[in-house]
Design a protein around this ligand. Sequence first.
Ligand code: SAH
Ligand code: SF4
Length: 390
Amino acid sequence: MSETEINNTDNQLQLIPLVGLSKQEIIKILSDIGLEAKTARMRANQLWNWVYVNGVSDFDLMSNIAKDFKQTLKQYFYISRPKVVSEQISNDGTRKWLFRFFDENRPEIAPVDVETVYIPEKTRGTLCVSSQVGCTLTCSFCHTGTQKLVRNLTSEEILSQILMAKQLLGDFPNLSRPNNGLIPDENRRAITNIVMMGMGEPLYNFDNVKQALLIASDGDGLSLSKRRITLSTSGVVPFIEKAGSEIGVMLAISLHAVSDDLRNELIPINKKWPIKDLLDACRNYPGLSNARRITFEYVMLKGVNDSDEDAKELVRLLANIPSKINLIPFNPWPNSPYECSDWETIERFGDIVNKAGYASPIRTPRGRDIDAACGQLKSKSERAKKTKNR
Ligand code: SAH
Ligand code: SF4
């Protein structure tokens, strides 16, 4: 069958989002509608190139695809971008967007609002991406933890945060950079690094996060090196090994306490998987070496976990794991139950960690003035109420 003879005459067929489909999935759909294997492969390559390399979100702009076949594609697929509900720019150049995902092809799915943060530095730009709306976990120091899980984000929605940010930052061919903020110059990519550190626990949305990150790191996709993608987890032990072998990105662990008593209080998931189990899983993380270390995050909470003894115990616990330590000054949110440790205390803690061989362990807070810093994200989306007439 030629491409122009193919027609989706069944009006009941649901359109499929193109963003987030692997090449294999696109090839399968195109083959199922009658394209020969070789043509289907060629078309899948072209579609990926338009979507991920050129950032195109309109089939009509795909200049190497004939008009008739564009019509066919539109009968099976769609490409959408989230609505930008708001953009805030911090005085340090950090940007926080509130993206609204609403799938007009599936009106039965309630719209959700998602926060995505861009952190520019001189030579790199990091995008902090969300994996869920809200979180099932209730870490006591985290604002997202006060928002019930609304739902997992799809692979399309995870990737679309990156695509939309690239579009807004002029990070696709033929777009120009916005002239406010401290975005790296036009000779560099605006987004060089991805951290899965926005809203939600990525390992509780494993399949969608995996699919999105494999496309982000594919040389034909967004082409970001796996060494520049970091997945942060509160410690979902059974998925750690799987994350290493199936996704292969850098791992960050939200440790935050050196005793189970305290960690149970801060990160309740510790009751299920205590520190020993967590560190055992880290030791077995596939690909772990001195060149590919695990980052251990440690939020500095005044009078709670910030003593010299805590610092020494931290260094002792991590002694035989290739690791980096990242001390995060606590970022407050309305009515948060903790205070950030004094700067002197953070520096003293940092010195102990530093003397043990960990370079520059203190993370500079970014975007605090617009509530864009770690742990400050929370959207107003709520879980859809069950209606009687459903
Ligand atoms: N759910 C994942 C990833 C999202 S949170 C996780 O917990 O790892 C990203 C990082 O921000 C985690 O290390 C988290 O512990 C930290 N964080 C949460 N709330 C914070 C706050 N108020 N101040 C500083 N860091 C915080
Ligand atoms: Fe969820 Fe991470 Fe916040 Fe804990 S710290 S509530 S796991 S987003």
